[in-house]
Write a protein that binds this ligand. Structure first.
Ligand SMILES: C[S@@+](CC[C@H](N)C(=O)[O-])C[C@H]1O[C@@H](n2cnc3c(N)ncnc32)[C@H](O)[C@@H]1O
Length: 249
């Protein structure tokens, strides 16, 4: 049925739904019907694999995408043993959970503005705070943080209608809408991170298109060094990595 309805990974999805239903034909039938409406698979099964970590995902919470996995892996590399990381806009807590899995001795703190996301991240074992970006994070983190990583909403508002057909039938624009050119929240994270990063700490942000270029002047002005634009195997821009050099006077 999934293949007939044009689902790209129909065989893999069918396997996941079969495993989830565990031989219960009524549950399988209900699950397939839900999926055929376009409801995200992870909301039906309750889990997704992200960087080989099983992440619990509640309905209404953004489903972590494989496109974000390289950013999460880079954050793992930049976080020293026993270090401290902040995952802003954490959603289900997927990136924070990956950091914790690789660095059990690190302190990993997260935030999200959506209470459903915060509850989900907490269920994934993440130390998570409800609030706007850094505003509700513990003050003792100031100047101590090795890595700030985030997948913020960064889709330019005029491009929201170009997202997949079912996106807003189920998901919230709060996860996607980045303002006129998509950089509203990105700019706020760039501006506020120096208060938390230690010199030498890393800022890792997912973004796309020309957004890295749009942020460069601000990054340089604020004392970030070693700016690297992260691209995928097709050469498409997927993120930016910057090392914080010095506190602005
Ligand atoms: C694109 S999702 C990314 C979720 C997660 N990092 C991931 O990759 O799966 C963006 C998340 O940012 C949250 N969000 C949007 N604006 C925010 C803000 N100002 N402060 C904190 N979280 C915010 C949304 O609720 C949503 O969970």
């Amino acid at each position: 049925m999934l293949a007939h309805e044009g689902f790209i990974a129909a065989a893999e999805e069918a396997e996941e739904l079969l495993a989830y239903a565990a031989g219960d034909p009524t549950l399988l039938d209900a699950s397939v019907r839900r999926r055929l409406t376009g409801e995200p698979l992870a909301w039906i099964t309750g889990t997704v694999s992200f960087c080989d970590v099983v992440v619990h995902v509640d309905p209404d919470v953004y489903v972590p995408r494989w496109l974000s996995e390289p950013l999460a892996r880079r954050a793992v590399e930049r976080l020293p043993a026993g270090g401290t990381a902040i995952d802003l806009c954490t959603g289900s807590g997927a990136i924070a959970a990956v950091l914790r899995a690789h660095h059990p001795d690190a302190r990993v703190v997260a935030s999200d503005i959506d209470a459903r996301a915060v509850a989900c991240a907490a269920a994934n074992g993440v130390e998570v705070y409800l609030g706007d970006l850094f505003t509700t994070l513990p003050g003792d983190l100031a100047g101590q943080v090795d890595v700030v990583v985030s997948v913020v909403p960064y889709v330019p508002t005029p491009e929201l209608p170009l997202l997949q057909r079912d996106t807003f039938a189920f998901e919230s624009p709060l996860s996607y809408d980045g303002g006129a050119d998509g950089t509203d929240t990105l700019r706020r994270v760039v501006r506020d991170s120096p208060r938390f990063l230690r010199p030498g700490g890393a800022l890792l942000l997912e973004l796309g298109g020309d957004q890295a270029d749009l942020l460069t002047d601000e990054l340089v002005r604020l004392g970030y060094l070693e700016l690297t634009v992260l691209t995928d195997e097709d050469g498409d821009v997927r993120g930016v990595e910057a090392t914080f050099g010095q506190r602005p006077s």
